[in-house]
Design a protein around this ligand. Structure first.
Ligand code: CU
Length: 180
């Protein structure tokens, strides 16, 4: 075997790993902690593609965002912290100084209480340690709010209470005093 074919062999052996993108499935919960469906995140070339498949929700137009902590503690989900905003922008794509990287605008929950939607968070990745990675120390979550997002008012477009939550990436920080 010459050097070239060895190289080709090595390349072909490494291809399945290189081509495999990180995929993650996570549960969405409501304020009482009841599971209302799933979100799947896939690392793609142009960003992380997120697919949500939910049912049993309150119908209507509601703001949806990525928040900057991977914790969904009901009933208010304050544990999910502020919006994911590594580029330090203002809220909303209608803001001249926006948007947050975690701004997803509004979703329309159907009259039968279902929501099936795919969206891509352009410029993000699930790879830890890379720019605009969703896999941060604090983790990230997906939140659906009670009200529509006006897509321009800081910090959250007047979207109101947080009513559904899914952990997108888990926090990595180990609390002080725990030895691993
Ligand atoms: Cu939000």
């Amino acid at each position: 075997m010459n050097i070239t074919s060895k190289f080709v062999l090595a390349l072909s052996l490494s291809m399945p790993v290189a081509a495999m993108s990180a995929t993650k499935e996570t549960n969405f919960v409501d304020m009482s902690g009841k599971v209302v469906g799933t979100a799947t995140a896939v690392d793609q070339k142009n960003g992380v593609k997120i697919s949500v498949n939910l049912s049993g929700l309150e119908p209507g137009k509601r703001g949806m965002h990525i928040h900057a902590a991977g914790k969904c503690e009901g009933p208010k989900f304050e544990s999910a912290a502020d919006h994911f905003n590594p580029t330090k922008r203002h809220h909303g794509k209608k803001s001249l100084r926006g948007p947050h990287l975690g701004d997803l605008g509004n979703v329309e929950i159907a009259a039968d209480g279902t929501l099936k939607k795919d969206f891509t968070l352009k410029g993000t990745t699930l790879n830890p340690g890379t720019p605009n990675s969703l896999a941060t120390e604090a983790g990230t979550s997906i939140i659906i709010h009670a009200n529509p997002d006006d897509e321009k008012s800081d910090p959250s477009g007047h979207s109101g209470d947080r009513i559904y939550c899914a952990v997108l990436t888990e926090p990595k920080t180990v609390p002080a005093g725990i030895v691993q």
